[in-house]
Every structure is written in C-alpha cells, then in structure tokens.
Design a protein around this ligand. Structure first.
Ligand code: MN3
Length: 200
C-alpha cells in the first residue's frame, strides 16, 4: 500500500486573497506531492531492509520516514482546516465553550496562537491541539514536519509556517500571513475534530 496525494476540497484560487493560487498550486502539487513520493520511497526501502533484518540501516531510515510522513500528515490536516473566506463557519457548542474556558475568548486564542506560531524559529507549524485525556485545549508549535501527535495532542487547527506556505505573497512578513489565515479557518472541520476527540 502506498500513500497518495489527497485532492484539495476547493480550487487552487478558492482561498484568495488570503493565500493566492500560485502558492496553493506549488504547495499542493510540488511540496505535498514531494512528501508523499519520498515517504513511499522510504517505506519501500525500509521494508526491504526489514526483510533482511538490517536493523542499523532501518534505524537510519527513520528520520526520512518521520519527516516525509509528518509532511504528509500535516498537509492533509492543513488543507481540510482551511476554507474559502465566508465558508468556514464559527466555533460552536462545546468547542466555543472550551475556547472561552481555556483562552478567555476566540480573539484571545487567535492572539496567543498567532504570536507563538509567528515566532517559530525556522520552519515548522503552529497548532491548536487537544489533550486526549484531560480534553483541554492547548496551543503548541512543532519544528520541521514533526506531527502534533508526537507530543500526545490531537490536532484541531494547524498553520504551516514554512516559507513555501507564504513567501511568494507575504515575503518576510510571516506575522501578516499568520494574522490573515484566520479569515480562511474552517471551523466546521475544527468543530468536528474536537467533537471526535471528546467522544473518544
Ligand atoms: Mn507546507
């Protein structure tokens, strides 16, 4: 079994003016496709090594699997947690209550997560996550393509702050990109992820 590039749930220009068509096309067709291709190649090589009990070389392959597998997982979550402007809805019900409980208000959550995400050193991601046991909300950042699940949190809403996600449009102004992306947040997806986390 190999992994496949998922189709976007909207067109490449659908997120304009917040994220333009050129970025979306490159990001999906080149960057995400690259993670998928490299993940599949790494897993194939890993299986061959496993068949020959080459544990030392299997261990050496693990960073490629983590990086490209994380890239695939993160981008799949990312496309689904974005929506064309005006179509993403609002936080509702239990999610809205939790946001107000843990952050004070949606505005405060946006402020905290934007500041932490814009401050990621180098390439990485900002996340709104959920603790699966305590059912509480947390803002967290990850380096490179490390998936949020690796620190034990359920990903609810992610912001890609690799330069490929914004540089063609926002240049060096990462905080402007992070501030603008909330206009295309898909709260319908975030609500669903939160409800699923509560139910488990
Ligand atoms: Mn990316």
């Amino acid at each position: 079994m190999s992994f496949k590039l998922p189709e976007l749930p909207y067109s490449y220009e659908a997120l304009e003016p917040v994220v333009n068509r050129e970025i979306m096309e490159l990001h999906h067709k080149k960057h995400h496709q690259g993670y998928v291709n490299n993940l599949n190649a790494a897993l194939e090589k890993y299986k061959a090594l496993e068949a020959n009990n080459q544990i030392d070389q299997m261990i050496a392959m693990q960073s490629a699997i983590k990086f490209n597998g994380g890239g695939h997982v993160n981008h799949t979550l990312f496309w689904e947690n974005l929506a064309p402007k005006g179509e993403g809805g609002e936080p509702q019900g239990d999610l809205l209550k939790a946001i107000e409980h843990y952050f004070g208000s949606l505005e405060k959550l946006i402020e905290e997560m934007s500041a932490k995400t814009a401050a990621v050193q180098g390439s990485g991601w900002g996340w709104l996550g959920m603790d699966p046991q305590k059912k509480c909300l947390k803002v967290a950042t990850c380096q490179n393509q490390d998936p949020l699940s690796a620190v034990g949190l359920i990903p609810l809403f992610g912001i890609d702050v690799w330069e490929h996600a914004y540089y063609l449009q926002y240049k060096n102004l990462r905080p402007d990109y992070v501030k603008a992306i909330w206009q295309i947040a898909n709260w319908k997806t975030v609500n669903k992820r939160f409800e699923k986390g509560l139910a488990n």
